[in-house]
Design a protein around this ligand. Structure first.
Ligand code: PBG
Length: 337
């Protein structure tokens, strides 16, 4: 019976959402989404040399590692059960040029690292980013001519670089450049080189976002970049255009789709999952990571709880996994239970 002295009506009495929330056990029983170690992809930064673990000031807790250290880190990640790494090279400035020619050197930094990690025989996948920005003297993802990023020539270079990455042992190629037609070109190039089992995780919807700042410091492109990337990344204002872009990647043969950045784009994650049913991954990018770290360092938020909540929200939004710089922290936390 409803207590007539209260304003809550009788109907409410039958429909109390709080009944299921009343205790820890019942909350666990109704929990719809879970974050597990299987959801994590760990992006790592590479640098030439040996024995180097170099902190990146704009990304507290994240380091650039030489290949020997990256192999050790990969072993640690595999032991924790992390399914895959994503590698990003900080290329020697002297090796960068207008066309990013270092991307087409078979034993360049990223490829040497892949081979070394794969040689260790670990149960962990290696996802290699293919774009020209770590290799160009202007920091753009493609070949720059007369102030224009030329699409088709860039695609040819990227497809050739992808084959070299696969030759080095990459399990999944992740093109992050947003040139038109790149997925199909990479698929054809991989297949004709006998790499039909190497997958493609397309950065299908990559937005022209201000959240990439710390990453550019990590691979030393922040001082180099001339202009912006608005002629090839998607306008943050556009959702339908993003779905159309992803649809082309699906048609061209993408095996997995990525949304980047992550948290401000959860609607895109959801729409892409609904539209295509392919595995979808969010990239919680450097700026997102750094915002959590900075606020936590000031004592303004509980960094660990915010980290766990944000990653869980990606699952709720339909993601099958998350590329996150928090991967090792989360994996350790989950292992402790
Ligand atoms: C470019 C690339 C970017 C990131 C990874 N590859 C964006 C950019 O520099 O424009 C960003 C990753 C991050 O911010 O964590 N190919």
């Amino acid at each position: 019976m409803t207590d007539k002295t209260h304003l809550v009506d009788e109907i409410t009495g039958h429909r109390r959402m709080r009944r299921n929330r009343k205790a820890d056990w019942s909350r666990r029983l109704i929990q719809e989404n879970h974050l597990t170690v299987d959801d994590l992809i760990w992006p790592i930064f590479l640098v030439e040399g040996t024995g180097i673990v170099e902190p990146i000031p704009a990304m507290p807790g994240v380091n650039r590692m030489s290949i020997d250290k990256a192999v050790e880190a990969a072993r640690e990640a595999a032991d924790l059960g992390i399914p895959a790494l994503a590698t990003f090279p900080n290329v020697d400035l002297a090796l960068r040029d207008e066309t990013g020619s270092q991307a087409l050197v078979a034993n360049n930094l990223i490829n040497k690292a892949t081979t070394a990690i794969k040689k260790a025989g670990l149960n962990i996948g290696v996802i290699t980013d293919v774009a020209l920005d770590p290799f160009t003297s202007h920091g753009h993802d493609g070949i720059l001519r007369d102030g224009i990023i030329v699409n088709d020539e860039t695609v040819d270079a990227i497809a050739r670089a992808a084959v070299m990455q696969a030759d080095a042992g990459a399990d999944i190629i992740a093109p992050s450049d947003m040139m038109d037609g790149r997925i199909g070109a990479i698929r054809r190039a991989l297949d004709s080189a006998g790499h039909q089992d190497v997958g493609i995780m397309s950065y299908a919807t990559k937005f022209a976002s201000a959240h990439y700042g710390p990453y550019r410091e990590a691979i030393s492109t922040s001082g180099l970049l001339k202009g912006d990337k608005k002629t090839y990344y998607i306008d943050p204002a556009n959702g339908t255009e993003a779905i159309r872009d992803a649809a082309l990647d699906v048609e061209e043969g993408a095996d997995m789709l990525m949304v980047k950045p992550g948290l401000p784009y959860l609607d895109i994650c959801w729409r892409i999952k609904e539209a295509f049913g392919l595995p979808v991954y969010a990239y919680q990018v450097s700026g997102e990571y750094t915002m959590v770290k900075a606020a936590a360092a000031n004592g303004w938020i509980d960094g660990e709880r915010v980290m766990m909540e944000q990653l869980l929200c990606f699952k709720r939004a339909g993601c099958d996994g998350i590329l996150t710089y928090f991967a090792m922290d989360v994996a350790r936390k989950l292992a402790k239970g």
